[in-house]
Write a protein that binds this ligand. Structure first.
Ligand code: ATP
Ligand code: MG
Length: 578
């Protein structure tokens, strides 16, 4: 492609709406333009990367037996009513001209299960692996980072159908490797973590995290044993028992209008570790009071698990008033009745706590377990954080940030049971189909790549997805245009995709644009051209050297191949854990 004819609208200024470096660079380098919050157009350069990413995803899925299909984005809402997911808050809803309710697909478990329940009848038709690469819609409350969290985005979603748990386990391992291979072919550093299955449901699930400082997810990793989990999911090991302090005299203190941990601890001049945070939840079974140390966050998924899967919601102000006799902000565990009190294990290791007094504008100081309050259920209740003990080996967890690139789930029969997707087994018995579901962010990963690979000069693409293999910069078009044209043809004859900067711009502008756009190989035709030389730059290898003009095509071809080989051999190392 001749740059003079290419549609590459670069920007000199940093766009003010973009917070992440990846987002800034993708806009500045002319890959993306914003249409609306969380909605982006892929300009030609961006579209080239997008197609290459999609093709890698495709190749790796086909390798493990996937068959590609294409499902619609527009769904009748009734289908989503079957699983109760039409109520999910991020779903886009609309009505047609006959007032029928429709939704825009945010994922496709319902649609694919609907197909399978009518088309798959016998064990002989399974295992079956169907996947697509398709546009999804989610009305995200906080779109972020451009394509990292969009409201319209492209996902690879894959659904696998089985007659037995063993077959599901086998395909889960295959997908575990498949996603790892995709990420390695994209040159990314990633961490697989145990994950919460959230709204999708199911039992076992893992997330693929691209580790970058700006990532929204917190992940915890144990360097001693390799345990890694999303903070939402991460279990916490036990802390050694400590000697409890002598209980002091209990006092009620006035704390006018001091409700939050910060307000109370500032006012009373105590560290937040001295406070017991009291959170009140309810469901139709009753009220649950959850206690965690003031410096910790409650993990609602853990609370729900400790309460045998109850779907607890934060209690209304009326319930708080009824149960504690005080408005929100002054609750504590002392003297409560008719409720279940659940506490985090860390509260066993301390005493002389401070908590709300169950009285407006008051807290109690020096409360102690057994003497002043009791606990019905103990457990791991808090969000894990760096420094917590590893649940597997007792080592120390460290925290990192990541962008979730993919998520794999063993769904089991969650969807097939409610939607009636059954098959006849070898004995002619009807059984629910066993499912796995796998999702990968095809557009998000481009943001994540830009985030991991960006430097001060601009983007830098791995060879596998670079919009062009090489960029050819002709610095003096008048003098060297003919030589550059010849080189351009020669490179293209070898099957290379070339961005040829034939513009009559200053050399500085050409270098800046080339670095911004991020094509890994550069050929610079400058003064040396007249002595038969060009400069060859390999940005991944940090290499810059002069080569003879008649060597250029061969050098570029082999450097490209070497970069691809490196990515492919990293992919070949990926192994699912036994
Ligand atoms: P997140 O926790 O980041 O919202 P999710 O758990 O909702 O992700 P899934 O429903 O598992 O995501 O979707 C599968 C994959 O689709 C994710 O791993 C991610 O790569 C991608 N994805 C999800 N939501 C978005 C979004 N709003 N924009 C871009 N990609 C997304
Ligand atoms: Mg989400």
């Amino acid at each position: 492609m001749r740059y003079s004819r290419a549609f590459i609208p670069t920007l000199r200024e940093v766009p003010s709406e973009a917070e992440l470096i990846s987002h800034q660079l993708l806009l500045r380098a002319g890959y993306l333009r914003k249409l609306a919050s969380g909605v982006y157009s892929w300009l030609p350069l961006g579209n080239r990367v997008l197609r290459k990413v999609a093709n890698i995803v495709r190749e790796e899925n086909n390798r493990v037996g996937g068959q590609e299909l294409l499902l619609p984005a527009l769904h009748p809402q009734e289908l989503w009513d079957e699983t109760g997911r039409s109520a999910v808050d991020v779903i886009f809803r609309l009505k047609d001209r006959s007032d029928r309710d429709l939704v825009l697909g945010m994922t496709h478990e319902e649609v694919i299960t609907d197909i399978v329940r009518s088309e798959v009848r016998s064990y002989r038709q399974m295992p079956l692996m169907l996947y697509q690469i398709q546009t999804k819609f989610r009305d995200e409350p906080r779109p972020r980072g451009g394509v990292v969290r969009g409201r319209e985005f492209m996902m690879h979603d894959c659904y696998r159908f089985h007659t037995s748990e063993e077959s599901l386990d086998e395909s889960y391992s295959q997908m575990y490797e498949c996603y790892g291979r995709i990420l390695k072919r994209l040159g990314l550093d990633y961490q697989v973590v145990e994950a919460e299955s959230g709204a999708i449901g199911g039992s076992v699930s893992h997330e693929y995290m691209v580790v970058v400082e700006s990532g929204e997810d917190t992940i915890l990793i144990c360097d001693s044993c390799g345990y890694a989990a999303n903070a939402e999911r991460c279990e916490i090991g036990t802390t050694d028992a400590v000697d409890l302090p002598e209980p002091d005299i209990l006092k009620v203190v006035e704390t006018p209008d001091k409700r939050s941990v910060e307000e109370v601890t500032d006012f009373l001049q105590i560290p937040s570790e001295k406070l017991i945070k009291t959170l009140i939840y309810e469901d139709d079974e009753g009220v649950v009071v959850a206690l965690v140390r003031g410096d910790k966050d409650l993990n609602e998924a853990k609370l729900s698990r400790l309460m045998r899967g109850r779907k607890l919601q934060l209690a209304s102000a009326q319930t708080v008033q009824r149960v504690t006799g005080a408005p929100v902000g002054f609750a504590g565990p002392c003297g409560l009745s008719g409720v279940t009190i659940v506490a985090g294990d860390e509260l066993r290791c301390g005493g002389n706590w401070v908590s709300g007094a169950n009285k407006q504008d008051a807290h109690v100081v020096n409360i102690n377990l057994d003497r002043d309050f009791h606990v019905d259920v103990w457990g791991d209740l808090r969000v894990a954080a760096g420094g917590d003990p590893c649940p597997r080996c007792g080592g120390v967890l460290k925290d990192e940030h990541g962008i979730e690139a993919g998520h794999i789930f063993k769904l089991g029969t969650k969807y097939s049971a409610v939607m009636g997707a059954k098959f006849l087994d070898q004995n002619g018995q009807e059984q629910p189909i066993i499912m796995g579901t796998y999702g990968f962010g095809v557009t998000r990963i481009i943001g994540a790549m830009a985030e991991q690979f960006a430097d001060v000069d601009g983007l830098l693409w791995p060879m596998s997805v670079s919009p062009f293999d090489v960029t050819l910069l002709c610095l003096n078009v008048e003098e060297d245009g003919a030589r550059a044209d010849a080189l351009y043809d020669e490179l293209r004859d070898l099957g290379l995709a070339v961005l040829y900067d034939d513009r009559t711009e200053r050399a500085g502008v050409k270098f800046k644009d080339a670095d911004l756009i991020g094509i890994p190989l550069q050929i610079v035709l400058g003064r040396g051209a007249r002595e038969g030389k060009a400069e060859f730059r390999n940005r991944w290898a940090g290499e810059k050297r002069d080569i003879a003009l008649d060597e250029v095509a061969r050098e570029v071809h082999s450097a490209r191949q070497q970069l691809l080989d490196e990515l492919n051999s990293a992919a070949a190392q990926v192994k699912a854990p036994a």
